[in-house]
Unconditional design. Sequence first.
Length: 240
Amino acid sequence: MDPNRPTLLLTRPAEQSRRFAAAFRARFGADWPIVISPLTEIVDLSPDLPEDDWADVIFTSENAVRAFARLAADRSATAWCVGGRTAAAAQAAGFRTRTGPGDVAGLCRAIIADGTATRLLYPRPVHAAGDVEETLKSAGIETKSLLIYDQQPRPPTTEAQRLIAGAAPVLLPLFSPRSAVLAAAAFASGSAPFRVAAISAATAEAGATLAARDCVVAARPDAAAMLAALGVLIDAAKMG
């Protein structure tokens, strides 16, 4: 293993981090150093479900699909899904699906442009990216939010604390504005130089206090584009 390789630090919940780590190593090398330190933990909530019927439901994450399916036995609604991975989870749960372009704003535009959905149930996290309900309501689509899970903060692991206290560069992919804010707070005292890949410009802005040596914004809001952004950072690290 090349000792000069920057360590990849993953802060998403454990399952998502392990999946991304596997994709990263498949692309950049099976022996690449990786530290997984989730800064959030998914905690399901148990809200009362609406008594009336909803022909359409909107899912902006796999976690929303899983948490909602745990409570609702009815799978007759059409599920509007933010991207392919969320759509796959919804299909596995038994929903008919429509798939968006990978980001919340794009999904809202697709729903509005399609014109078939008039009432939408939105099972959502406590902390959500974008104002889905307001955006759809402003287009005349009745939308009801349902808080279905929380992303509760967790401190960095001991291994992550040692990593950020060092002098070696750290690759840090950030997948949402909230994850960027949490990372900036958790790693504020670190001395390691960060090379950040942000899934959006808003995410890069939210993590600006990290004072990263480099920051690359992904071309699209998906895992493949994040891997490409990390590749740019890796090339930059080789050049010093």
